[in-house]
Design a protein around this ligand. Structure first.
Ligand code: ADP
Ligand code: MG
Length: 446
């Protein structure tokens, strides 16, 4: 069985403190399956506890920027942060919300640009640019931010409105992890509006579009967070014994029934931790492995179109309940760029010469004739037959869906449409989603 590295660290730590029987009891009881506990170290995560208070004026000394927040429960985690629900003890004109989400960055990512992070600076730019584009509402808005010092260093904390769970949790409501097509179309339109705003107005590339970074956010959820007394949110903490008793598992504070019955799902694109400007890259190591665009794997120049590739794969995953490319030769082999490129070629056809010629790492993967050098052979298969085999989208919808995904997966980034162009696609325009078609979609899993 795979044990997260944090769990193994925990086992080692406990084993030295407890008798074998006591240690075994704790191992059996405790499930550490979220952030890596080894990263609670100098430069890493800040240990947050239920009831902790953060008074930003105390740390910044600027009354105008003050805020006081009291931790209520854990909302989520990522490689560079933990995110917590907190009570807003000092509502202001800027942060009126009764409850907020606090994203505590690890200390070593908190000041990567000297006195700030690119994440914070981009979020501020996104707030400033808003030009009444509908896309502004599809992106998480930074309400406030502050810094504080803890045992593991100095951290940046970003304050947001709390939302419902991410799409990676939401899709678990549906058999086979397949979200009904009318709902996916709705999500696709909103994501594209957000991307059009990011790409065209703000010159920002997200670089990390995945289900965990797309949050469900409906008016019902706003009501829950703004009207529910804090006491009702307080969860019994599920701590590991000291010294790791800061660990707890994330909870969804939005009842499942509300999620299931929300007729109009709206979403927000979150996590600008890897985002960058088209003219200022944070790193060339972008995108989760299985979502890497060909120009990224091959070391060519990249811009906004990497997000379009990523977007297409996320929409495929939501509809089909599984990844389009996994980069594995078979279920037991690890991810490799070679297998990933071979899968792209099997599904999308040969790589264009122009891309091979302009990419710096092409020599690693292609021979002088532009053929993949690896001995991984995958039988060609079309997106259309993959969809027909799964039966996820049927009838006249099928060809519109496949065509839509195909366009997002153009191997040559120049040929990929922009977010704005995709919004005009036939699949998203026809048939117009009406409440009745939503109900038809939803009735399948009720
Ligand atoms: N505003 C929010 N409301 C509710 N949950 C959130 C919010 N922001 C983040 N989360 C949860 O926390 C997780 C980690 O946040 P994210 O910004 O993706 O951090 P990281 O940069 O570490 O990946 C998300 O996947 C989501 O589950
Ligand atoms: Mg994330």
């Amino acid at each position: 069985m795979f044990l997260p590295r944090g769990h193994q660290a925990l086992k080692r730590r406990f084993s030295s403190l407890l008798s074998p029987i006591q240690a075994q009891q704790i191992h059996n009881r405790t499930e550490v399956c979220e952030e890596n506990l080894e990263r609670y170290c100098s430069g890493g995560y800040h240990p947050v506890h239920i009831g902790d208070e953060f008074d930003s004026s105390r740390y910044k000394g600027e009354e105008i920027d003050s805020g006081r927040y009291k931790i209520v429960g854990k909302l989520g985690y990522g490689a560079f942060s933990t995110v917590w629900l907190a009570q807003n003890l000092k509502p202001s004109h800027r942060v009126k919300n009764r409850h907020v989400a606090l994203k505590f960055l690890t200390a070593d990512t908190s000041f990567e640009m000297g006195n700030t992070t690119l994440e914070r600076s981009i979020l501020k730019k996104l707030n400033k640019e808003s030009n009444n584009s509908p896309g502004v509402n599809r992106i998480t808005k930074l309400l406030h931010d502050f810094t504080f010092s803890g045992p593991n260093g100095k951290h940046s904390c970003l304050v947001f409105k709390p939302t419902g769970p991410s799409l990676s949790e939401y899709r678990k409501l549906f058999p086979g992890l397949r979200v009904p097509v009318p709902i996916v179309k709705n999500i696709a339109r909103q994501l594209l509006q957000g991307l059009a705003y990011l790409h065209d107005t703000c010159n920002v590339v997200h670089t990390d579009i995945k289900l965990q970074n797309i949050l469900i956010d409906t008016p019902e959820m706003d009501k829950i967070f703004d009207r529910t007394p804090t006491e009702l949110f307080l969860r019994e903490s599920h701590p590991v014994n000291p010294p790791d008793n800061f660990y707890m598992q994330s909870t969804s504070f939005v009842p499942e029934e509300i999620l299931k019955n929300s007729a109009d799902i709206s979403i927000k694109l979150a996590d600008f931790g890897s985002a960058c400007y088209t003219f200022q890259h944070l790193t060339e190591w972008i995108q989760p492995d299985v979502f890497r665009a060909p120009e990224v794997i091959l070391g060519d120049e990249w811009k906004q179109k990497v997000d379009i590739w990523n977007f297409g794969l996320v929409i495929w995953e939501l509809v089909q309940g599984k990844l389009c490319f996994d980069g594995q030769v078979n279920a037991t082999t690890p991810y490799s760029s070679e297998a990933h490129l071979a899968q792209m070629q099997a599904i999308l056809g040969p790589f264009p010469d122009s891309l091979i010629k302009s990419s710096t790492s092409s020599d690693k993967y292609f021979d002088s004739q532009g053929r993949l050098m690896s001995d991984i052979h995958i039988r060609p298969v079309s997106l259309s037959s993959m969809n027909a085999h799964s039966g996820a989208v049927e009838g006249e919808e099928a060809s519109n869906f496949v065509d839509f995904i195909h366009r997002t997966l153009a191997l040559q980034p120049r040929q990929r449409p922009s977010a704005y162009e995709l919004l005009q696609s036939r699949w998203l325009r026809s048939p117009l989603e009406r409440r009745s078609s939503y109900r038809r979609g939803i009735s399948k899993w009720r």
